[in-house]
Design a protein around this ligand. Structure first.
Ligand code: 2P0
Length: 324
């Protein structure tokens, strides 16, 4: 009735952007990510006959409101799957360095799904676990696995073929990621709201979807061949395409801050000096920079010095879900 699991967050190189089914969380396009070892969530779930409702604690504080409702609704799915009436107490800790600006929903829902299903003795295989995790938060289904991971969108209406698959062994390639944290935040359009508005109103959205198969095919070849330049170019362009769709939405919006652009230009300037580094950006102003181990020092020092950058956190590739 009790289990503990740990899951790492992931950074998408080919972005998940847009749903075809909002309640089952089915995406419009396949996406591809790298799991990161520096950012993770550890969660203990205890099912208990004496509880009259679920309880959720994050970093030792009780959580109420929308965040609680999302967790409790996800536990409903698991209860339904296990045919169990029991409520649970959930204790999560986020090992995400302060204000890293990483969405913790990927590692959060992956750890929650793993711990809750283990606590109910479901012993799911990873494919089933990934499919279930997807219904908590889309990007979380990729965090079941380590290394490079693809989320296959599937074609079925019931979501039965929409789950993540690892595309390389976890130790395939030592690619590093610097998370560049900006000191000022912007009013945020959540990714859930942002992608919905984009799908519904942006004339650029169909171009985004049409371009994905080619990006995916090329980046998978680059990853197999450990071709850093090719992988980086595709990831950087895919990120800019995703963000371009938001400018065509009605009302238009962008996640970029002025310092976001400065970081992007600094990364491009590094390349002009012969240092291969590439950026990618999620639904927020912070930037993640892909680099090779031999360039760690120069990339770190360069990013840290940019005015408006408050922190730079370095990460390697991380592993999939583990249990204590
Ligand atoms: C990604 N993002 O592929 C993309 C790129 C943000 C930009 O997945 O609604 O928090 O819970 O399925 O997974 C963020 O979306 O959204 C995201 P839901 P999620 O990483």
């Amino acid at each position: 009735m009790k289990a503990t699991a740990k899951a790492h967050t992931n950074i998408a190189l080919i972005k998940y952007w847009g749903k075809r089914d909002e309640s089952l969380i089915l995406p419009m396009n396949n996406s591809l990510s790298l799991t990161l070892d520096a950012f993770y969530t550890e969660t203990t779930v205890t099912f208990n006959r004496e509880l009259e409702e679920d309880k959720f604690y994050l970093d030792n504080e009780i959580i109420l409101g929308d965040q609680y409702t999302k967790v409790s609704k996800f536990l409903d799915l698991i209860r339904n799957y296990a045919d169990s009436p029991l409520f649970a107490e959930v204790h999560s800790t986020n090992a995400v360095p302060t204000a890293a600006g990483f969405a913790s929903s990927a590692s959060g829902f992956a750890a929650l799904a793993a711990a809750a299903t283990r606590a109910l003795d479901l012993n799911l295989d990873n494919q089933t676990l990934s499919r279930l995790t997807r219904q908590g938060s889309g990007s979380a289904c990729r965090s079941i696995y380590g290394g490079f991971v693809e989320w296959e969108k599937g074609v079925e209406d019931d979501g039965s073929d929409s789950y993540a698959v690892p595309i390389t062994p976890q130790d395939h390639w030592d690619v590093r990621v610097a998370a560049v944290v900006l000191s000022s935040d912007m009013k945020k359009v959540s990714s859930r709201v942002g992608m919905k508005r984009t799908v519904e109103t942006s004339p650029f959205y169909s171009g985004w979807v049409d371009s994905i198969p080619s990006d995916l095919m090329q980046i998978k070849t680059a990853i197999q061949n450990r071709d850093f330049e090719k992988m980086g170019k595709i990831a950087e362009a895919n990120c800019q395409k995703m963000h371009a769709t938001t400018l065509g939405a009605n009302p238009p919006f962008t996640y970029w801050h002025d310092t976001t652009l400065t970081v992007m230009q600094t990364v491009q300037a590094l390349r002009e000096k012969g240092i291969l580094a590439y950026f990618t950006i999620d639904a927020g102003p912070n930037v993640k920079v892909l680099y090779q181990p031999e360039n760690e020092e120069i990339v770190h020092q360069t990013l840290r010095k940019i005015p408006g950058v408050s922190n730079v956190i370095l990460s390697r590739s991380g592993q999939g879900v583990t249990y204590q």
